[in-house]
Every structure is written in C-alpha cells, then in structure tokens.
Design a protein. Structure first.
Lengths: 233, 233
DNA sequence: ATCCTGAATATTGTATACAATGCGAATTAT
DNA sequence: ATAATTCGCATTGTATACAATATTCAGGAT
C-alpha cells in the first residue's frame, strides 16, 4: 500500500522522519493520539478544532481523517462527522483472529526467506524491557514489540502482507494503552521472540508458524483479561 | 473497515445501490474503471478532467482518489498527482500469496462457523457460466466468482478479515481484465467451488483449507501465464 | 544538430467562502 | 408544567480562489 508511518515512527516527540506532506503529517499526529488513547473511543472529532490547533485549513486535515477512517481508526457518519472507533472486547478478539491468520504465516514465510541481515534485525528488536514504575516505559515496550513483529513481516518480502500486518499491529496497540493494567511480562515475551527467531534461523517453517500463533494467543488472553477488568465488554 | 462497495455492486450500468454520498459514488465509478482496465496501469489522472466529466468539484473527487490510493489501486506522487498503479507479474504473485494466506484460513473458519443460510448463499454463487463469444460474459464470470469468495469470507463472521479479502479480490480482478486471453474454464472453477462447499458443509476444516489454497493456486498459474503471453513482466 | 536555459503553462496543494444538514434551545400551545 | 415545534447555531459537505510546484516548449549557446 502507500507507505504509511507506523508504530516506531509515530511518537511525535521523536523528530525522526516527519513527513513533509501535510496530510501525511496530520495523519501521523492524529493516529498517535488515537492509538495512545489521548483521543478516546467514541469521541467525536470537530474538524475546526483540530485544524485550528494544527494551524492548517480543513482541506488537508480532512484528507488525513479520511485515511484514518479507511484504516478503521475513525468512523464517519454523514453530516455528523468523524468519531474515534469504539472499542469492544469482541472487536479486539476479531483483530486478534486476524493477526493469528496473518502473522503465523508471515513467520513461516520468514523461516523460508529471511536473510542473515533480516535475522540480525529480528535479534535487535526482540528484547522487551519493562520497568513497572516508569510511565514512558510502557510506551517503549509497546513500540519495541511492534518493531519486532514488523521486522519479521518485512523479511517475508511481501509488501502487501507487510501493510496488512502493520495496520493490524497499530490497532492492536490501542487496547494496550486503554486497558492500562495489562500484566506486562517483558521476560516471557522476549523469550518467545527468541524462540521464534531460532525457528526462523533453522528454517523450521512449521515451528515458526506454531510459535507465532501461540505468542499472539498469549497476548490476546492477557489483554482481554485486563480489558474486562477495565470494564470493557 | 468503512463499508465499501466491491465487485458485484461496482458495475455502474447496474443501478443497484448507488451511494448517495458523492465521494463514495465517485470512488465506485473510478474503481470500476481501474479494475476493468478502462483506466490502464501507469496512466496519470488529471483531476480537472475527471471533475469536469462527473460535474463535481475537485474536493469530493480528491477524497475518492485518496481512498483508492490507500487501497493500492492508485499511487500518489507529491505535486505530480495520482496515477493508476502499475501492474507486474511479481506484484500479482505477491497478491496471490496474500490470498493464499487469507482465504484458505477463511475457508477453515467457514467450515467451523457457517450456518445453513451461509451455505445456501455459497451454493447460490458457486456456479460460473462463461460463453466464450459473449464479451459481457467475461465480466459476469468475474463478478460471480468474486461473489462466491465474498460469500465465503462473510460466513467467517469476521468483518476485518472480510474487508481484507474484499480488497484482495478487487485487485485480483484487474489482471483478469487486462490479460484478456485467460483460458477461462467455468466448469473446473465451479466444480472446485462445490468441492469447497462440501467440505464446509461436513465441517471438514482441514479439507476446506487445502481445497481453497489449491483453488487460488490454479487461478494464479492460469492468469500469470496469460499475463506473460500479453507481454507483462 | 544538440543540449542547456528559462519563461509560460498546466496541475496539484491549500485556504476560504458558501450550501446543506443536524442539533439544541427557546417558545408556544395544551 | 410538559410536550411539541420552530428558529437559530454549529458542523459538515462542496465549490471556488489562490499558492506552490512541476512540466513543456521556445530560444539561444556550443
């Protein structure tokens, strides 16, 4: 698809790779707010407010909102405007089912195709550190996790698959920010990442597929539990 | 994702379900032209031409173009405008790989979840007729085929998966129109469809998955051959 | 003749103005 | 007092005007 900023590149405090095209920049800024929960599910978007805040006209802003809607982060009601897509456990499970379709197969393809550079990149992004008391640490954790999964799908050399996984990862991130009490366990996830890398390195297609499915399933259950605890249904 | 017209609903000559929102209508009209090859790969889109032809301003038109670009049917170069996404056999194979990831799993889920109504709907869309001399027959064939695959993914009850398969099916359709000499065999495809339905009906998850993968693979080889014959690489 | 240069033109990107629709508050009738 | 209705305002949808950038073609230098 059209190259879209995702995950790592999304923190607006990080100056890295700010798109020069205005709609793309606005897209990234607003996407960040939606994913981090700064713009909460169900909230209506007033175009003039945002356009004033960013000092642009509604024209490029609407282009950005349009893309976000197409990606499923916003919904558009005719003559009522955009609002942040509501979040439910059912929708989250749907999303996880999608990831369990895409990413295990991506892992299998990676096991067949990954180069030495790819595997090095995977290692570089596999470690997840999380220090409970630090508030920024949680965001770092999520971004690092996204980077690993993104590096993995990149090594499949299928850009369309890459785009779909990216989109799914982004939407997966939002519940993590909202259901704050997720029992994060960096140790376990890191271990699972390295097991997947090992399978890819030994070209063990079947094991890579199986491990990735389990990895996603584990996260799903943890996150759903914390969403329930946070009152979502 | 946001509900998007696809395949069956796309023929502008059929009055059925014309969206009242202008951008959505334009989206459908232009998409139809791209998919049918009326707008050929690589050609540049001049906004004023289209806006004049449809008697609308550039504003809603650009919104439609924006969506098409996000979906991968158009590409946008800054200050150079939109153009129809080029087509290559490599890209088509990438797309087929994506379908072979999504749809066999969709068939497996359908085997687990399809209701009696779902299966009836599958049967209603399974038959593909093709009378070689009739030019409109080919479009009908393609739409009918899309309807079957769409009905199948709908019975998974996963809207996100449905959206992705829909997008993949649409893009799959374009090469079919361009590489015209595709050795269409309605008989064989129809038979394969009914075999898949049988597997779903008997809840044979594994067979449904396998048959769908083979079904997509068969189409891939036929179409790639005819693309090569048409000079694409 | 060819290649470079540059002005004129065409096209996209953005801002603003206007039209259409939805929402709410005030007002009136019961 | 309450409910319904209408008027006014807020917001989105569309059209147009303007700015920024690219493309093209003419003209001249080598």
């Amino acid at each position: 698809m059209t190259d879209i900023p995702s995950l790592v590149e999304l923190d607006p405090t990080q100056v890295s790779s700010v798109p020069k095209a205005m709609p793309a920049r606005l897209y990234g800024l607003i996407k960040h707010r939606v994913l981090t929960g700064q713009l909460k599910p169900g909230v209506r978007i007033i175009e003039t407010e945002l356009s004033a805040e960013f000092s642009v006209s509604r024209t490029p802003l609407r282009e950005a909102l349009n893309r976000l809607a197409h990606e499923g982060l916003l919904v558009l009601n005719p003559y009522k405007g955009y609002s942040v897509t509501p979040l439910s456990i059912a929708h989250f499970r749907e999303l996880c089912e999608l990831r369990r379709i895409l990413e295990p197969e991506a892992a299998a393809l990676a096991a067949a195709r990954a180069t030495a550079e790819d595997i090095a990149s995977l290692r570089a992004h596999a470690v997840l550190t999380y220090t409970p008391k630090n508030p920024t640490s949680y965001g770092d954790y999520l971004r690092a996790n996204g980077s690993f999964h993104l590096a993995l799908v990149r090594s499949t050399r299928n850009r369309m698959l890459e785009g779909m996984v990216m989109s799914a990862l982004d939407r997966h991130q939002r519940p993590c920010y909202l259901g704050l009490d997720v029992g994060i366990d960096g140790e376990t996830s890191t271990q699972e990442h390295f097991q997947i890398i090992a399978a890819i390195e030994t070209r063990d297609v079947e094991t890579a597929r199986r491990l990735m499915a389990a990895h996603i399933g584990n996260a799903e259950e943890r996150i759903c539990a914390s969403l329930r605890a946070a009152g979502y249904e």
